[in-house]
Design a protein around this ligand. Structure first.
Ligand SMILES: Nc1ncnc2c1ncn2[C@@H]1O[C@H](COP(=O)(O)OP(=O)(O)O)[C@@H](O)[C@H]1O
Ligand SMILES: Cc1ncsc1CCOP(=O)(O)O
Ligand SMILES: [Mg+2]
Length: 240
């Protein structure tokens, strides 16, 4: 939650981390976008997540799902599939998470929040999942893939060290929610842009980082200080 909120603040967004069902009906309509993250899922939390998705839908606000470790347990997979059925604008996961959602079964090789698959292993699953769900599906990894079931856009920014920072994936999903909030009718473009900008910030930070802990800090600083020339000069996006 710390890294997610600070990522959003650095990028100029205004985060609020809300859990309670008492607050969600009043709070959610005020937000321009919602991010629902399954990371620390518990039975007590699931009703709030579903309610937030429903209120976002009623308020015509985009919402984005991060199905953290979806293949890790039956409870988690069922919850993520129920959330996906509530029609997020975008679902962003790593290769293993997108494959678990597509196959609808737990993964006996699951490493939990970390992927055991490359992002390219999940491209066909992501296309089918996007067609079935109506959501834009993004797979993160060495190359990020974003699809609406028809187009596939690739983002080549980022550094491998991001895998050593917990919640880097969660944070880029939050950034996707902020970008989609700005341009809800172009969810593919907004998602690719968020992934590219997060990747560029990590590349800039990596020039001075000594390891994951310093990169974590430099990532936030780089995102905050990113200028248009650096962003446009370093973004690498193409079509598959
Ligand atoms: N090998 C890599 N090279 C460059 N960027 C990467 C690599 N692996 C992950 N990333 C980037 O790290 C961020 C988090 O992605 P990922 O590690 O796949 O998510 P998660 O933490 O949910 O598993 C994304 O912005 C992604 O592009
Ligand atoms: C390690 C862990 N366990 C539950 S949530 C979480 C963070 C996962 O974050 P990310 O998918 O961004 O690495
Ligand atoms: Mg993750």
């Amino acid at each position: 939650m710390d890294l997610m909120a600070n990522t959003l603040l650095s990028a100029g967004a205004s985060p609020a981390m809300i859990h309670s069902v008492e607050e969600i009906p009043e709070f959610t309509p005020k937000a321009l976008g919602v991010c629902i993250n399954a990371g620390t899922l518990a039975p007590d939390w699931l009703p709030g997540m579903k309610l937030a998705a429903q209120v976002a839908n009623q308020s015509k606000k985009p919402w984005v799902l991060d199905p953290v470790a979806a293949g890790g347990s039956s409870f988690r997979l069922k919850a993520c599939l129920e959330l996906l059925a509530l029609k997020p604008s975008v679902v962003r996961g790593n290769g293993s998470e997108i494959l678990a959602l597509f196959k609808g079964c737990v993964d006996s090789n699951s490493k939990g929040a970390d992927s055991v698959h490359g992002s390219s292993d999940a491209v066909e699953a992501a296309k089918s999942l996007a067609q079935q769900s109506g959501s834009v599906v993004a797979i993160s990894g060495a190359v990020d893939y974003i699809t609406d079931g028809d187009r596939v856009v690739c983002v080549h920014n980022g550094v491998p060290m991001l895998q050593k920072i917990t919640a880097s994936g969660c944070s880029v999903t939050a950034l996707i929610a902020a970008f989609v909030a700005v341009d809800p009718s172009h969810a593919v473009e907004a998602t690719a842009s968020a992934l590219a900008i997060f990747g560029v910030a990590s590349e800039v930070g990596m020039d001075m980082a000594r390891g994951p802990a310093s990169l974590r800090t430099l990532l936030i600083d780089s995102l905050y200080g990113l200028d248009e020339a650096t962003a446009l000069g370093r973004v690498r996006i193409n079509r598959l």
